[in-house]
Design a protein around this ligand. Structure first.
Ligand SMILES: *[C@@H]1O[C@H](CO)[C@@H](O)[C@H](O)[C@H]1NC(C)=O
Length: 335
């Protein structure tokens, strides 16, 4: 997982470096931007008797995020775009089964139930097998992973018998992505049954040193006066649903800029970031942080969505985090 995270983010970095120049106007949504984004593979837990996947390595994610945030000072187009994707149909009445009998753990809500497919989504984190069909066991594990927002509980029947698995994701998923219906393995047809999906209710945790505002879209920050510097400082795509990682990147970005002042001996300080989830055709796709010199309130949260090559991108779970101690004059600090 560690290697894969770093590789994915390094790939993003390299692509961003190559494709991000020349740049469109900050925050413009362009086909070019979406063409340049690498396609994350929808993934889920592997079949078989392994009992758990690798631990989610937060420090590797932070390292890669900070590298990405500081590598380019040139602002790039923000993939910003809102609106929650459609919620899934309420479940029909079902016969009694482990999936219909299971109690929804506190802090979670049931997204789908009783499907014959496992979740395949780009925000896959890891998995764990458990001794009994109990969503509470999955929830305990999900709660121990700071970026876990969704889990899928199901029964896999393979040549060795049945295994109960929970797989974990950093962005909430839907019934339409419970698409892994099993496979033939050594002449045995592995099946998936009693597949339930649960999403976390919990609002995003406060981040030390920042105040938070819930936004209806992604921020489209602008100069407040025509002579002001461009407030937009670029964005990163992170492989974790954890705004505290954006805050670390914001601080490191400022620290980096302070070591590289311009000829007027000033530098640009990060005083605000926007954290949100980008959905592609209704499925969790990317977690984005975008950085700014100055804070913007909900009246600037005007990016709601974008369509490119038949794909529809939407935004949800958008939050504005304002640094409590603002730095510089409009974010410009004399060094
Ligand atoms: C399990 O899923 C398979 C499809 O993969 C389906 O054919 C079978 O009927 C399901 N079993 C139960 C008990 O629902």
């Amino acid at each position: 997982m560690k290697g894969a995270n770093v590789i994915t983010i390094m790939r993003l970095l390299i692509l961003g470096t190559v494709l991000g120049i020349p740049v469109a106007r900050p925050q413009d949504l362009t086909n070019g931007f979406f063409d340049g984004l690498p396609e994350p593979e929808p993934t889920g837990a592997p079949f078989g008797t392994e009992t758990s996947g690798p631990a989610v390595d937060r420090s590797a994610i932070i390292e890669a995020t900070v590298a990405q945030a500081t590598a380019l000072d040139t602002p790039r187009a923000d993939p910003a775009l809102t609106n929650s994707p459609d919620s899934t149909d309420p479940g029909k009445l079902r016969e009694r089964s482990p999936s219909s009998e299971a109690a929804t753990p506190s802090g979670y809500y049931l997204v789908f139930s009783g499907l014959n497919g496992a979740t395949q989504a780009p925000s896959y984190l890891t998995f764990k097998s458990i001794p009994t069909y109990d969503p509470g066991l999955c929830a305990a594990k999900c709660n121990s992973i700071s970026s876990c927002r969704f889990f899928n509980l199901y029964i896999e029947i393979n040549a060795n018998g049945q295994i109960i698995k929970c797989s974990f994701y950093s962005i909430r998923s839907t019934a339409s992505s419970a698409t892994n219906v099993g496979q033939w393995r050594n002449k045995f047809h592995v099946t998936i049954n009693n597949s339930n999906g649960y999403a976390k209710y919990q609002p995003y945790p406060p981040v030390n040193g920042f105040t938070v505002e819930v936004l209806g879209g992604a921020i489209n920050g602008r100069r407040l006066a025509s002579g002001d510097p461009d407030p937009y400082m670029g964005y990163t795509s992170i492989e974790a649903s954890d705004p505290s990682i954006c805050a670390i990147a914001c601080e490191k970005k400022t620290a980096y800029n302070s070591r590289h002042p311009n000829s007027e001996q000033t530098y640009r300080a990060c005083n605000f970031f926007n954290f949100y989830h980008l959905y592609k055709n209704g499925e969790g796709y990317r977690t984005i942080c975008s950085f700014y010199l100055i804070p913007f309130d909900s009246s600037y949260a005007t990016n709601h969505g974008y369509s490119s090559h038949g794909d529809t991108y939407t935004i949800a779970e958008s939050y504005g985090y304002t640094r409590i101690v603002q730095q510089g004059n409009g974010g410009i600090v004399a060094s």
